[in-house]
Design a protein around this ligand. Structure first.
Ligand code: UYC
Length: 230
């Protein structure tokens, strides 16, 4: 094995998170030998614990590979991805897993809104937006599934739990949160959809979006949900 590749493998096994993410990137551009290492490490890391952004990034790198061997590996070991797609209301999160796996954050954001309306029930599905009372009744497991999918496929940048953590760190102050997550710039609301940033150059907590047109109650219910207490 090439020394450079072994160094990258070692860095991926024991470096800081930042270095691990960087080595995934480099291994992914090192051809079949690099992919082999990524497949091995994904298998050994995934067995015990809940998935992390490093595993999410390895999965994404392999997901983008044209190699049939790599695609067969993913299909065999991770047919629905890394996150258990748990739902208490029979929601199918696989299409969202696919969009996030290919880093299509704009379509992932749209689908997340659609899935949450589905989760809320028939009325919300027709209305196409949520009441905060519906959000309060969301099952913990479904919110955690959504959050973990966003979190591990964004290098740990996106997801409701990231937004919640920022909001708490700002003393629960919405006006401080908006510029922090890029939803307001120079005291102007960011315009949907084109003024938002649909890639990982976005600030932490930028996605998923929550429309503020009808006020902050829905977003407040999302960030205050009991799902994040446990
Ligand atoms: N939009 O400005 N937004 C829409 C955001 C506001 C507005 C959708 C986020 C401010 C209208 C999403 C921000 C505002 C529509 C978001 C933002 C406003 C719309 C699609 C920064 C005017 C057309 C899903 C906080 C000053 C639809 C959906 C409608 C749509 C997200 C206007 C995801 C994060 C206060 C007119 N905006 N939205 O909910 O409902 O429709 O009429 O937040």
């Amino acid at each position: 094995l090439d020394t450079n590749l072994s160094q990258l493998a070692a860095q991926l096994r024991s470096g800081t998170t930042k270095n691990q993410l960087a080595s995934v990137h480099e291994l992914a551009s090192a051809g079949a030998a690099g992919e082999q290492i990524l497949m091995e490490i994904l298998k050994e890391r995934h067995s015990n614990s809940s998935p992390t952004p490093v595993e999410g990034k390895i999965y994404q790198a392999l997901f983008a590979s044209p190699s049939t061997e790599v695609q067969d590996f993913l299909q065999t070991h991770f047919p629905t991805g890394l996150v258990p797609l748990t739902s208490e209301r029979n929601i199918d999160y696989l299409p969202l897993q696919r969009l996030l796996a290919k880093q299509d954050f704009l379509e992932s954001d749209r689908l997340t809104i659609t899935l949450m309306c589905e989760l809320a029930g028939r009325d919300a599905q027709e209305r196409k937006w949520l009441y905060f009372t519906e959000v309060d009744r969301f099952p913990n497991s479904d919110l955690k599934t959504l959050d973990t999918l966003w979190f591990i496929h964004s290098e740990g940048k996106f997801g409701f739990s990231v937004q919640r953590e920022l909001w708490l760190s700002l003393g629960r102050n919405w006006e401080k949160l908006w510029p922090k997550i890029g939803w307001k710039l120079d005291n102007q609301w960011t315009r949907y959809p084109n003024a938002f940033t649909w890639d990982l150059s976005a600030p932490r907590g930028h996605l998923p979006l929550s429309n503020q047109l009808r006020g902050v109650r829905v977003f407040s219910s999302l960030l205050n949900h009991p799902a994040w207490q446990s």
